[in-house]
Design a protein around this ligand. Structure first.
Ligand SMILES: [Zn+2]
Length: 286
């Protein structure tokens, strides 16, 4: 799943490549992914791209007409082509959800792999009209978001820190992968309760969060969409690296499996050597 750094990479790419281009055609191949009906999708046709920005993990293309806002969800991606093929897209038989064609012959597809479809796009007058955008918490890299603002978000939350970091309504842009990386960098258990963190824990976690995200954004910035996923994978210390050696201490990276995902952590760095119970297995054994 693309998270803040990859989404920022896509936004930077689109701002540079698509600004000034006029949309000649917007073809919806997965109608279920289009979440709005007013303005209609055709309102994009004839509109010129004026900019691109990011709201959490949402990408917002502004035009001289409405905004096109999209969320790539778990298995979605943006595929850019300098010369868009004139092929006809057959709905239901393609991973393409939306195709945008520009007046210079270029364009992009929003694609989604797998059978569970959750990619979403919106044609709106104002990005705040998208419910997921309107509900977003603060962006951890915003100038005003300092260590004390972060402490304020954690205070009194008797929930596990892993869940807090991933909750878009609390902090925008961090998902499963970067929350694993941030917690590893902070040497903190994913199960630590947010409300139980002391001042030095919060210092460490805030520093780990801003450094991890800033470095990942620097890595993603300037890369074409096709290279962003590999760049993300390469940058990971523990996420997606179960069974490999922790680059910090050499211990074996472990996973905890849940119904539809998993987290990775290093026992030596994060839990005092304790192996966390596999949630999927323990549920089966009950
Ligand atoms: Zn380690």
């Amino acid at each position: 799943m693309p998270e803040m750094p990859e989404v920022q990479g896509l936004v930077d790419f689109l701002r540079g490549r698509a600004s000034g281009l006029t949309i000649t055609r917007a073809t919806v191949a997965n109608i279920a992914a289009l979440k709005t009906y007013d303005p209609p999708i055709q309102a994009l046709e004839g509109s010129t791209i004026t900019g691109a920005s990011r709201h959490g993990k949402f990408i917002d293309l502004s035009t001289t007409g409405p905004h096109l806002v999209f969320h790539l969800a778990k298995a979605g991606w943006l595929r850019w082509t300098d010369a868009l093929a004139p092929t006809i897209i057959r709905p239901g038989k393609t991973p393409i959800a939306l195709r945008i064609a520009f007046d210079d012959g270029s364009g992009f597809d929003l694609t989604e792999a797998g059978t569970k479809k959750s990619l979403a796009f919106y044609v709106v007058r104002d990005p705040a009209d998208v419910p997921g955008v309107e509900r977003l918490g603060p962006d951890p890299l915003d100038e005003g978001f300092d260590r004390d603002a972060f402490a304020g978000l954690l205070a009194g939350r008797r929930t596990q820190i892993k869940g807090v970091l991933r909750d878009q309504m609390i902090i925008a842009g961090v998902g499963n992968a970067y929350s694993d990386e941030i917690l590893h960098a902070a040497k903190m258990s994913p199960y630590a309760l947010a409300s139980s963190l002391d001042e030095s824990d919060i210092d460490r976690l805030y520093a780990a969060m801003t450094e991890t995200l800033t470095e990942a954004i620097a890595e993603a910035s300037g890369k074409p969409p096709a290279e962003l996923k590999d760049a993300k994978r390469r940058g990971m210390q523990v996420h997606g690296r179960r069974g490999e050696a922790c680059p910090v201490c050499g211990d074996t990276v472990r996973s905890v499996f849940f119904a539809d995902n998993s987290l990775e952590y290093c026992p030596t760095c994060q839990t005092g050597g304790k192996i966390l119970a596999d949630r999927r297995l323990s549920r089966l054994l009950k």
